[in-house]
Each structure stands twice: as C-alpha cells, then as structure tokens.
Design a protein around this ligand. Structure first.
Ligand code: GLN
Length: 279
C-alpha cells in the first residue's frame, strides 16, 4: 500500500475503533507515518504514491495495531508537545494536556505581577509545568517534586534535554520531604478523578496514581490545600488544576484553610479548570 492508501484506510479504522472524528483520525495516522519515515507532513502530501519498505511497514503496523487498541499516540512516539516544548513521556507519567497550559499561563502572569521568586510544582510527572515555567522565567528558582521515582527520572531527562538551569527536583509524597522550605507560588495539577468515574476506561494506559483521588476526586487536593500555607510565604499564591465540576468545592476548601482573594479561571472549553487563593 502507498501513503495515500494507508492514510485513507487507517483513518477509517481508527474512526471506527476509537470513535475519533475524521480530522483527528487522519492527523494521528499522519503523525505515526511521519515518525516511522522521519519526514514532515508536507512530505506525506507531496509523495502520495510512495510505498513503505518492509522495515518501515513493520514498524508502522506495530504502531497502528497498538493505537487501535487504545494506546495513546504520545506513548507510541514517546513524546508530546506542551507549551511549545517537546516532552518525553512514558507510561510512568501522565500525558500533558493542552488544558494544563492555562495553569502555566496563570503562573507566569502571577509571577510577573507579584515579584515571585520561588515556585514549587507538586506532582510534576513529566515535568511539563515546572520546566515550562522555568524556561519562560530564567530568574525564578523552581522546585519540582513527585512521589514517583520513575516519573522523576522522566522529568529530570526532560529538564536536561531542554536545557533548564533554574530547576531542582525532589522525591516527596506531597509535602513530606519539604521540611521548612517556603515558596511564593505553589502550583499543581494533582490527581482529581473520582474512583468510580467511567472516563477512567479511556485513560487506562496512564498511571492511576496520577489520575485517581478517592470517591469524590478531592483527596489529594484536600491534602495540598491543607498543607500549602505552611510552605507559602505571606501573600504567596496556591494555584490548582481540578475537574470541570470541582471549582466550587476547591474554593470552599481554600476558604476553610484561610486563603484569601480566591478565584477560578476557565479553560479553552469554558470550564472552570484552575482555582487559586492567596496565603
Ligand atoms: N485532565 C485529565 C483528564 O481528565 C486528568 C488529569 C488529572 O487527574 N490531573 O484526562
């Protein structure tokens, strides 16, 4: 089969197997072909009659068969773009979502307005948030922690690959290893999905420890909100990503813990996705 036939046939297979829309399915097939052939998208358009050789064909089939079973493209390629940088991702880390760029943008905005110097990213995973913030503001001192050794290895590799200098990593189960350290801004995209949420079926290739957080999805957020003021300088900010229907609960938790100037911000889909408060 040539490129044009593969794109047509496999877009349809992906559409049917995974319920993707036609554009998504076509883009995914193109991504996989680009990775196998080491070419850009223009090449695929320019050479529709190009045939795959035996080696290319077997690597491509490996990818598409795994994708048809639901494995995310980011894990097949081992890479996902976030905030303009290419991050290595493995099944030890959550795949960075476009929604989370809102958290980075709000962090940078607060940083500029408030003269923030020290930032903490809790549950850094692939390092997407901490590295994006550190690269955008080289004068900040950023600390990123995670309880997962395997995730930290991925994050450290990403920091090295992207040339970050103002970022330190720490293995810590939330605040457990932080001792007396204090920050001007604490940011986190913690697990926030309910234990029985049926969406977890679609997320089955990603680590449950990065996704699931008790019956109401708020167990980890409760721990973070309760502990954050001990690690914030006076006037410092806590900024959390959460589920589309959790904003009011998160604001309540912040209020109960003594935070002020509490508010929520909406993501690209118009959902309240990030809430923040001031110590
Ligand atoms: N935004 C992710 C999803 O719903 C969840 C991320 C998280 O739990 N932090 O797919």
């Amino acid at each position: 089969m040539n490129l044009s036939e593969i794109m047509r046939q496999d877009s349809n297979r992906l559409k049917e197997a995974l319920g993707l829309d036609a554009d998504e399915a076509r883009i995914e097939v193109q991504c996989l072909l680009q990775a196998v052939l080491g070419v850009n998208r223009a090449y695929l358009m320019t050479w529709p009659a190009r045939e795959l050789d035996a080696d290319e064909s077997s690597r491509y089939s490996g990818f598409i068969e795994r994708r048809l079973k639901g494995e995310p493209v980011a894990y097949l390629l081992g890479e996902r773009e976030f905030f303009g940088h290419a991050f290595r991702v493995t099944p030890a880390t959550l795949i960075p979502r476009p929604d989370t760029e809102l958290l980075v943008e709000l962090t940078l905005q607060r940083t500029d307005e408030m003269g923030v110097r020290r930032v903490l990213d809790m549950g850094t995973g692939s390092g997407a948030i901490a590295i994006s913030v550190a690269l955008a503001r080289p004068c900040l001192e950023v600390v990123a922690l995670d309880a997962s050794e395997a995730a930290l290895e991925v994050a450290i590799g990403n920091a090295r690959k992207l040339g970050v200098r103002n970022l330190r990593f720490l293995k810590s189960d939330w605040f457990s290893s932080l001792e007396g350290e204090r920050f001007d801004l604490v940011v986190s995209n913690p697990p926030y999905i309910e234990t029985n949420d049926h969406h977890l079926q679609d997320l089955r290739f990603e680590p449950a420890s990065a996704l699931v957080s008790g019956m109401d999805g708020l167990d980890d957020i409760r721990r973070i909100v309760a502990g954050a003021r001990n690690h914030l300088n006076p006037g410092g900010w806590l900024m959390l990503e959460h589920g589309y229907d959790q904003a009011a609960n998160v604001r309540d938790l912040m209020r109960q813990s003594g935070f002020a100037e509490i508010s929520s911000s909406r993501d690209l889909a118009g959902m309240e996705r990030v809430s923040m408060g001031r110590a």
